[in-house]
Design a binder for this molecule. Structure first.
Ligand SMILES: Nc1nc2c(ncn2[C@@H]2O[C@H](COP(=O)(O)OP(=O)(O)OP(=O)(O)O)[C@@H](O)[C@H]2O)c(=O)[nH]1
Ligand SMILES: [Mg+2]
Length: 430
């Protein structure tokens, strides 16, 4: 018999209602000891009295019978009044009658063990809980719906065919079996590699959906970098002054534009300096540009021809157009007045530069580093098979390794520690 776990499943703190969930073989027996009248049927929420040590709580109770519950076990939920004291008392009552406190993610881990979800489903739930934008939540929902899992299983099936073909040729060399040729096996492996490439390529957009776009604002002192940050944020965040070298530390602030998170970093003006603190600021400015996805290189001279040297995409901003007139702009250049708040066009340019509009229409986005790692590794393993001149038995074991790597994504071949790591990221009660 397994233990019966309990936890508060809704957020801690002041709220209208709170849900306490209990799951395990004894969940129903435990609940009957202090909730009455206990619902006569599963899946129906019933009003009743929940007797705690301190007070009687007017609450609602619903139970689900194994395997028809989230965890696949017998589960009872109490919908009680919100707030810390009530939910604590309800959890305490469950513990007093034989339940044990759940670990982070233990409900979901049990769901995985009972075959109710695979690892990507679980990761989808985490991504949905953590999502800050609708696009990030959608990427999580797609994982939860098993869109990636289904693609992986399809690819694994192709690999399994290739494995069985090479193994049959090994085991029954004399038999006149209708076996696929080496060319056709290679062809199907090529096809899997191409499909993996397609999935891997979505990770760039996946990163945009999940983390947003990191934008560093750099340029000489006094050109209006901090003014630009403030205009982009729509708030007076950074100190602006006519004195050169006002900004020293990097300053990061995020703003949402069309459901994409932009993380802007204002930096110290770039120049030669003997001032130790300013020099450190300039070092940090360059660092921020190195880490960013795109650099805004600001100047206040409409005839300025200089460029910022980096392998990142750069948008050149000719600022103070109200003062110096509009500059002639080429590709990835804009002439604006930060002081006048002219930043809409810049936001749209950033948005378009990263194809953020495609997020809405894309069905599958890789947003998870673990998945990306497995996909890349499987791709590499298959590439090795295609380049190798080895015997059939070696080929078959190499394809098997790629098959297992793909299985790590959904959890069919995941190691215990990977599983534990994933579920420990859940909040308590999930
Ligand atoms: N007329 C006009 N003045 C601007 C504009 N943008 C910034 N300024 C002025 O330029 C001066 C410098 O602005 P900041 O935003 O502090 O410049 P910065 O690049 O952050 O300067 P440092 O932090 O010293 O590197 C301030 O007096 C701003 O008011 C603009 O679009 N038009
Ligand atoms: Mg500044």
């Amino acid at each position: 018999m397994n233990s019966t776990i309990v936890a508060l499943s809704t957020a801690r703190g002041r709220s209208a209602i709170a849900v306490v969930r209990m799951s395990g073989d004894n969940a129903l027996e435990i609940a009957k000891k202090f909730f009455s009248p206990f619902p006569k049927q599963p899946n129906l929420l019933k009003v009743g009295t929940l007797r705690t040590k301190h007070f009687d709580e007017h609450a609602m109770c619903v139970y689900f019978c194994a395997p028809h519950s989230y965890t696949g076990e017998n589960t009872v939920e109490f919908h009680c009044h919100g707030g810390t004291a009530v939910s604590n008392a309800v959890v305490e009552t469950c513990l007093e009658h034989g339940a044990v406190m759940a670990q982070n993610g233990e409900f979901s881990k049990r769901a995985f063990i009972n075959g109710k979800q695979n690892l990507t489903n679980a990761e989808g739930i985490i991504e949905m809980i953590d999502a800050e934008t609708a696009s990030a939540a959608k990427a999580g929902a797609n994982l939860l719906e098993n869109k990636l899992g289904k693609r992986i299983v399809e690819l694994q099936d192709v690999l399994l065919d290739a494995i069985s073909a090479s193994e049959a040729a090994l085991d029954y060399p004399e038999e006149d079996l209708e076996l696929p040729t080496a060319e056709s096996v290679a062809q199907s492996l090529q096809n899997v590699v191409a499909q993996l490439d397609g999935i891997i390529a979505t990770s760039a957009l996946g990163k945009v959906a999940k983390y947003g776009i990191d934008v560093a604002i750099v340029g000489a002192p006094n050109v209006g970098k901090s003014s630009l940050l403030n205009a982009l944020l729509g708030q007076d965040r950074a100190i602006v002054s006519g004195i050169e070298g006002t900004t020293r530390d990097t300053l990061t602030e995020s703003v949402f534009y069309r459901d994409i998170k932009f993380n802007f970093v204002d930096t110290a003006g770039l120049r030669q300096t003997a001032d130790e603190i300013e020099a450190e600021g300039i070092r940090r400015a360059k660092c921020a540009a190195d880490k960013a996805d795109v650099v805004l290189y600001v100047t206040d001279d409409p005839t300025d021809q200089s460029t910022y040297q980096t392998d990142k995409p750069v948008i050149k901003i000719f600022n103070k157009s109200d003062l110096f007139g509009k500059a002639e702009c080429g590709k990835n250049q804009l002439s604006i007045s930060a002081k006048g708040g002219e930043v809409e066009e810049l936001k749209q340019m950033l948005y378009d530069m990263f194809d953020a509009g495609d997020i809405e229409t894309s069905d599958l986005l890789i947003t998870n580093q673990r998945h990306l790692g497995c996909l890349k590794q499987a791709r590499q393993q298959l590439q090795q098979v295609l380049q190798a001149t080895v015997t059939l038995d070696v080929v078959s074991s190499m394809i098997r390794s790629a098959w297992e790597t793909l299985g790590e994504i959904t959890g069919t071949s995941a190691e215990e520690d990977i599983i534990n790591r994933i579920y420990s990221k859940f909040c308590l009660g999930k």
